[in-house]
Design a protein around this ligand. Structure first.
Ligand code: EPZ
Length: 446
């Protein structure tokens, strides 16, 4: 008998069809650990760039082509949100064709937005293009409350009237020629989402907008480069001060998405945790600076094997401390994966999560595999153990699922990672890529 979330579930008895959840939620990944990896793995386009850029396409009343778009559940969901707004979308392999010339509504559908937080990114573009937006509050998720107060306050500073009614954000531009007004906005926290919302809203505003204490993540810079390719006037993206001079309209574009630094970091950890030498590309090495620095502290060597190719050479695992911070600090989206690695490092490590208040849910599952971790507030104190042992574990969010897969690759025996719908949200065909490196993994359905 298997205990999942304190409920006794017999994996042999599948739930009655009416209760059946979408397949991937019930799918699991079976991993036979302790197999060395080798070879090269291709890194897909960045999820967190594509999601914002798909929303950004709403700014342009013409046609956008996006290249290097990964196949992810989140991107399929964002597509549904845009199609519900009247966008015509076609996909050809990793290229998306978006025709945004005829938007039929400024109301984003509740059921879809409630399933994908990132769909809140349509608010800024809808408001600045149409003068009005009706978007459900995204609500919290497994890793935290995740309010959107900074988005709302920034839009209000640009002259929008914004109020929340029945869980829906109502945003309108009244008077002033139907355009937002440029403004100086200081963000209390360098929020990625708020920076992206305000950057997009400012592209069509009347006048100059300055976003101070802006997020500096590479995905913010990628969004700014996409908007500039459409004719937007933007300076300073990738720094903590971004200046946008509004233009009357934007034009169509053909744009390539940057590689996913979090997927890349996850595979580097796969090499370190299985003591395997593997290479990854394409990557932009600078985007991985904080991750590479920590992997070196832990004992791995990372070499540049070409302009956009990295190779990890494993070493004995040494304990180290990690604190997550906004970019260029250590990314919170790599915290769980590095924690899985540190469970096998010689000595005591402390991992401190400062960005999200509830992003340690993978700890209990790693402990189920034999890790020695105690949580004190936002700190996880990890005592390295000699080995992990395979077990049935449950993924609770996207990066937690990646950490459990990595632990399973290093563990003795068999691990069964359940809740693969989390993994499918952000990893493009992970098991095929792992098999390509020689891992013994298999996706199993109930
Ligand atoms: C983006 O989320 C990413 N998601 C997250 O990746 C990533 O973890 C996060 O940035 C930080 O790097 C996408 O890009 C789709 P934030 P976002 O606004 O924009 C607080 C993954 O695993 N905050 O920078 O939601 C917030 O609660 C995902 O791929 C406010 O208080 O992150 C959080 O504590 C998970 N008010 C902190 O700021 C606001 O209005 C950082 O949030 C906005 C945010």
């Amino acid at each position: 008998m298997l205990i999942v979330e304190n409920k006794a579930i017999n994996p042999l008895i599948s739930p009655k069809p009416s209760e059946a959840k979408p397949d991937t939620e019930l799918e699991s990944l079976r991993i036979w650990g302790k197999h060395p990896l080798s070879g090269h793995v291709h890194i897909s386009g960045a999820k967190n760039s594509v999601l914002a850029i798909m929303a950004g396409a709403l700014l342009c009343p013409q046609h956008c082509r996006l290249r290097n778009v990964p196949s992810l559940a989140d991107i399929a969901k964002m597509r549904q949100v845009l199609e519900a707004l009247g966008v015509k979308i076609e996909r050809h392999n990793d290229t998306l064709e978006l025709d945004t010339s005829h938007l039929s509504t400024s109301k984003a559908p509740y059921d879809l937005v409630s399933q994908l937080r990132a769909s809140f990114f349509v608010t800024g573009p809808l408001l600045t293009r149409l003068g009005t937006a009706r978007v459900p509050l995204p609500g919290g998720c497994a890793i935290g409350a995740r309010p959107v107060d900074l988005h709302v306050r920034g839009l209000q500073a640009m002259g929008a009237e914004v109020h929340i009614e029945h869980g829906i954000v109502h945003a309108d531009i009244r008077g002033s020629g139907g355009r937002l007004k440029g403004a100086k906005i200081y963000l209390d926290y360098p929020s990625v989402g708020a920076t992206e919302t305000l950057l997009m809203a400012a592209t069509l505003a009347d006048g100059e907008t300055i976003i101070e204490n802006a997020a500096q993540e590479p995905e913010v810079e990628d969004l700014a480069n996409f908007c500039r390719a459409m004719g937007a006037k933007i300076r300073g993206a990738g720094t903590n001060t971004i200046t946008i001079v509004g233009v009357p309209n934007l034009h169509s574009v053909d744009y390539g998405i940057i590689p996913d630094r979090i997927e890349a970091g996850t595979f580097l950890v796969a090499g370190a945790i299985t003591h395997s030498e593997i290479s990854i590309s394409p990557v932009i090495p600078e985007h991985l600076t904080p991750v590479i620095a920590k992997l070196k502290d832990i004992g791995s060597e990372i070499v540049l094997d070409g302009p956009n190719r990295l190779r990890i050479i494993p070493g004995e695992l040494r304990a180290t401390d990690i604190e997550t911070l906004p970019y260029p600090g250590f990314p919170t989206d790599m915290q769980a994966q590095l924690m899985a690695l540190l469970t096998l490092a010689e000595g005591n490590s402390v991992v401190t999560e400062t960005v999200f208040e509830n992003r340690m849910r993978h700890v209990a599952e790693l402990v189920r595999m034999g890790a020695d971790i105690r949580i004190k507030g936002q700190n996880a104190i990890i005592r390295g153990v000699s080995h992990l042992s395979g077990a049935p574990v449950l993924a609770t969010d996207l990066r937690a699922s990646a950490a459990l897969v990595l632990a399973g690759l290093a563990a003795e025996g068999e691990t069964l990672v359940q809740g693969l719908h989390h993994l499918d949200r952000g990893y493009d065909d992970l098991e095929t890529k792992l098999k390509g490196l020689g891992a013994k993994v298999q996706r199993v359905s109930p």
